[in-house]
Design a binder for this molecule. Structure first.
Ligand code: DLL
Length: 438
């Protein structure tokens, strides 16, 4: 394996010495701290912490003097509290789920978008993509970064991009065959679904030019990767990102597929104990904390991702010096990822609590439906509502479904339950039953 061709987009920076990377990070961090002071949010936050200038940073270790930023901070700063440039300079907005109805929003200038695309192009190149590839993007276009942010990066790399977006599997297959798609981008669960459809629609694998899949946006195991690779006869690459950090591609697997390189000239990573918030030694699992160095419109410093991972120690055979992280083992909060869509139980609760006729207890059940995920919300209704006509109860069920769909973008099943029929927890209420791995 060691002598395989290793493709680079920017070899000098991707193989820079650790000293050089630290130097870039220290200079970048100082600049970001200074820039962050232009935002109402960080001005307030840093003032409280006694930080009035970037002079507080002289080495990269000084990052620990800075307070963390959380998803709740983004909600409190909604809509423009984290804007560090004049509004007119912002050319794009993306968003993902907040913990409640307020989404987590990021804004980007043209320069920020160019950087995001370059980072994505670098990642795709590291995975062996190149000019001439036909890349079919099966992730949702819209506020979700898996659509547009991936798309622009693939175009910048020089690929021909087919923006089929998510769903419509029959059409996905037709385009794959007719246009000779070589790389696809989809969630792991959708890749399995696609494979099942290739078989059920009677496609001959030899008719497809597919050679690689890029996958991410939701947790998946090494076993699942191997299964998809075997079934589809392709290489599958893990890709990590989040809207807050410019979307997919901030960490990516190279052709050795042995953990994801974090692009450390553009992001500072820390892995901390989620309880004490102190750094853990390399190789130990903790919460990933990220600082983005390549964004003007919206600085984010020491952002708690809530994702649990560890640094993979030792050099990678590809020669890149940017450290790798392992597959994620979970999150430190209760966010659920259902078919790639992030959902917080608190968002669901918010809808239920404001709906007249809904009772005291509810339960969110997540299970596998074939290869995809299925979510059912079991809702107790009030005794008065329960005594009512079935038409009224059916209308209530549909209203809850519509409201939830509007907020979380996927349409869950809703089961109406008799008052008192759901189990009552003795301690902390158990609102989620995730049966996907059982
Ligand atoms: O999921 C961005 C993305 C798009 C990544 C396409 C990869 C591919 P968000 O919707 O903001 O952004 O969700 C971010 O998804 O904090 C993780 O919990 C989870 N996640 C993303 N990639 C992976 C991965 C996009 N490869 C949240 N493995 C993150 C496990 C992942 N979890």
């Amino acid at each position: 394996m060691a002598d395989r061709d290793v493709p680079f987009r920017d070899k000098a920076i991707e193989t820079a010495s650790r000293e050089e990377i630290k130097r870039i990070q220290t200079a970048g961090l100082k600049k970001q701290v200074e820039h962050a002071l232009n935002t109402p949010f960080y001005r307030g936050r840093y003032k409280n912490a006694g930080i009035t200038s970037p002079a507080v940073i002289s080495t990269i270790a000084d990052i620990r003097k800075l307070p963390f930023t959380t998803k709740n901070d983004l909600r409190d700063a909604y809509p423009y509290g984290l804007l560090a440039v004049p509004r007119e300079e912002v050319v794009r907005l993306h968003a993902s789920s907040g913990t409640t109805g307020t989404p987590t929003v990021i804004y980007l200038t043209q320069k920020d978008l160019d950087m995001a695309s370059d980072t994505m192009a670098r990642s795709l190149t590291a995975a062996g993509g190149s000019r001439g590839d036909v890349v079919q993007n099966m992730m949702t276009y819209g506020l979700f970064t898996g659509g547009l942010c991936f798309h622009y990066g693939a175009e910048l790399m020089g690929a021909m991009v087919i923006p089929t977006s998510a769903g419509n599997t029959i059409r996905q297959l037709k385009f794959m065959k007719d246009f000779g798609t070589t790389i696809i981008h989809a969630t792991p669960s959708y890749l399995l679904h696609l494979h099942a459809a290739i078989e059920s629609e009677g496609y001959d694998r030899g008719e497809l030019k597919l050679r690689k899949a890029i996958t991410g946006a939701e947790p998946h195991s090494e076993e699942l990767r191997c299964k998809i690779q075997d079934k589809l006869g392709i290489e599958v690459y893990n890709c990590y990102g989040m809207s807050e950090m410019n979307g997919p591609g901030l960490a990516f697997e190279c052709v050795y597929r042995a953990g994801m390189h974090v692009w450390e000239d553009r992001y500072i990573m820390e892995i901390v104990d989620p309880e004490t918030l102190e750094p853990v030694p390399d190789g130990e699992t903790g919460e990933l904390v990220l600082t983005i160095l390549c964004r003007d419109a919206m600085p984010l410093i020491r952002y708690r991702t809530r994702d649990l991972t560890r640094v993979i120690t030792g050099p990678c055979e590809c020669g890149r010096t940017h450290r790798r992280i392992a597959r994620f083992t979970g999150r430190t909060d209760d966010m659920l990822i259902i078919n790639g869509v992030n959902i917080f139980p608190s968002q669901i609760e918010e809808v239920l609590l404001r709906t007249k006729g809904v009772g005291a207890n509810y339960l969110i059940v997540v299970e596998k439906d074939g290869v995809l995920d299925r979510m059912t919300i079991k809702v107790e209704i009030t005794p008065e509502m329960f005594a009512d006509d079935t038409r009224v109860i059916n209308a209530l069920r549909e209203r809850i479904r519509d409201e939830l769909t509007a907020l979380i973008t996927i349409r869950p099943l809703v089961e109406i339950k008799q008052p008192g029929s759901l189990p009552v927890a003795e301690g902390k209420a158990k609102r989620v039953e995730d049966l996907r791995n059982s």
